[in-house]
Design a protein around this ligand. Structure first.
Ligand SMILES: NC(=O)c1ccc[n+]([C@@H]2O[C@H](COP(=O)([O-])OP(=O)(O)OC[C@H]3O[C@@H](n4cnc5c(N)ncnc54)[C@H](O)[C@@H]3O)[C@@H](O)[C@H]2O)c1
Length: 334
């Protein structure tokens, strides 16, 4: 049985907690949270030992895996503490705010002989995984163009409002848009050139952005993302993939955030000379799938091959290049 410590008691910590409870072979043994009201809520719900100091938690608890569900600006600091204590690290996306931090996180985990995986959850999300399998099986022929999108209302619910401060979260381009930037990298390989334009929030972060990417293969992508939608606009994501033999399309609408993600909408495949095909993917909770995958890596002593630090760092590079490109008004070579 592997013992897990969760850091943070906010939105994604609860999603992870619910997932860990269903995963055989792991148990959450304690959590770290600095805000008393958040700690109380979490403890009342899950009845776990609580620490307001991560150092004390590490001294007192036997832990195999540290699950970092803290705001992005803290990812490096807590990854370093966990790795130096010899713990494997699952860290939420984005890996960090800067490439320098991301590389340091990978380096410290390697030096301590522990694994680092980053929660790029689309790599475990049924429809996104199925689309990749279909494309690899040649369903659309040669992939030429990928569109992907992720649109939401402004997340006013983060604890203490950290997410709306671009110095702490990187804004929507690093926090939300990066999901699809990573996914498109997964489909298309090595990005070569990035050109972006976007709208800024009052605090100056790019909170509605369109990023065009050219890949080494010659394929193109246009990724749109942001959290400037208004009123009751539901969380909306999806993709449209154009190949020389077909088109694959999917879109999905959840609740205000991604907490209501059970709705099923089929992938639709359009192929030359054929009737359209609807493909329903019966998938499990992707957050559970990614955490169970990481547990398996730790149990088998095999480094993660999905959600790697390298993949997360590449997605971060694209997101940061998109920010710079939008500022400078010109394309950037990666
Ligand atoms: N993979 C996904 O789909 C997904 C979804 C949401 C969030 N995230 C990521 O998860 C991370 C956390 O996001 P969230 O939505 O859970 O945020 P949140 O605001 O809901 O929770 C953050 C938690 O960290 C704690 N915290 C805040 N400042 C702290 C500090 N200085 N020291 C220690 N703890 C502090 C808060 O008290 C809170 O418990 C972010 O990196 C975010 O990008 C990923």
């Amino acid at each position: 049985m592997k013992r897990v410590a969760i850091l943070g008691a906010g939105f994604i910590a609860s999603v992870h907690m619910e997932a860990w409870r269903k995963i055989e072979g792991a148990e959450v043994c304690a959590f770290f949270e600095v805000r008393p009201e958040k700690a109380r809520e979490f403890q009342e719900k899950y009845h776990l030992p609580h620490y307001d100091s991560f150092r004390t938690l590490l001294e007192r608890e036997v832990v195999d895996i540290v699950d970092i569900c803290l705001p992005t600006f803290l990812h490096r600091e807590y990854t370093e503490m966990a790795a130096n204590a010899g713990k494997h690290v699952f860290c939420e996306k984005p890996i960090a705010l800067t490439v320098e931090d991301a590389l340091a996180m990978k380096d410290i985990c390697t030096r301590n002989g522990v694994y680092l995986m980053v929660g790029h959850v689309l790599r475990f999300w049924g429809e996104y995984v199925k689309a990749k399998e279909l494309l690899e099986g040649g369903a659309c022929g040669k992939v030429l163009f990928v569109e992907a999108f992720r649109l939401a209302v402004t997340p006013v619910w983060s604890v203490g409002g950290w997410i709306l401060d671009p110095r702490l979260s990187g804004g929507a381009s690093l926090d939300l848009h990066i999901h699809d930037l990573d996914y498109v990298n997964w489909l298309l390989g090595q990005p070569k050139e990035v050109f972006a334009r976007g709208l800024r929030s009052e605090k100056g972060s790019l909170d509605h952005i369109t990023t065009q990417i050219q890949y080494d293969s010659g394929a193109l992508a246009t990724v749109q993302g942001g959290w400037m939608m208004q009123g009751d606009f539901p969380f909306t994501c999806g993709f449209r993939i154009l190949g020389d033999e077909g088109v694959l399309e999917w879109s999905f609408r959840a609740g205000v955030n991604i907490e209501e993600r059970e709705q099923v909408s089929p992938l639709v495949l359009y192929r030359k000379g054929e009737k359209k095909q609807e493909i329903v993917v019966q998938s499990e909770d992707p957050y559970l799938a990614e955490l169970r995958y990481f547990l398996g890596c730790v149990e088998k002593d095999t480094p993660p091959a999905r959600g790697t630090a390298e993949e997360a760092t590449l997605a971060l590079r694209v997101a940061l290049s998109a920010q710079r490109s939008a500022e400078e008004g010109s394309p950037l070579t990666l």
